[in-house]
Design a protein around this ligand. Structure first.
Ligand SMILES: [Zn+2]
Ligand SMILES: [Zn+2]
Length: 153
């Protein structure tokens, strides 16, 4: 059973080859400052968790998947390179969801900035305002029950 939808958003990649409609189950999104998200997005990943089955894609053939670690993949548009989603491929509760950059939405207004993770990996060159929780890498891994040797990436 999926959680109650809180509204749907349309969006797509830079070139428009990939479009989607996502039925959101939360308006809360977070920022990840880990090195992989930084390289993937060019800054920090501002992502929102969406159940995979709640997303209807158009232009699937344009979606390329990159296995970024043993337990997760990251998808992008083959033509323009826009980051489309992060997906945990390892078995577990997270596998049913994808993390979508809110920048893909045609309208990203009205969402709630709820947390930052890997805050200790954020460059000191910038900082987001707001008094949402901020977790270090160590705290983030502990929250997900992952040992320090492994990583979320
Ligand atoms: Zn594209
Ligand atoms: Zn990350």
């Amino acid at each position: 059973m999926s959680a109650a939808a809180v509204g749907s958003r349309t969006g797509g990649c830079l070139c428009g080859s990939v479009r989607f409609k996502a039925d959101l189950t939360t308006l809360a999104f977070g920022a990840c400052h880990c090195e992989m998200c930084r390289r993937w997005t060019g800054s920090a990943l501002l992502g929102i968790t969406v159940p995979s089955r709640n997303v209807q894609w158009e232009g699937d053939a344009q979606i390329a998947r990159f296995q970024s670690s043993d337990w997760a993949e990251r998808a992008h548009c083959r033509t323009c390179g826009s980051a489309l989603f992060y997906h945990v491929t390892a078995d577990g509760p997270h596998a049913e969801n994808i993390e979508m950059p809110i920048g893909l939405f045609d309208d990203a207004n009205g969402l709630t900035f709820s947390n930052e993770i890997y805050i200790d990996h954020k460059p000191d060159s910038f900082a987001y305002t707001g008094d949402h929780p901020r977790h270090t890498r160590k705290e983030t891994l502990a929250k997900f029950g992952i040992s320090e040797e492994e990583d979320l990436a």
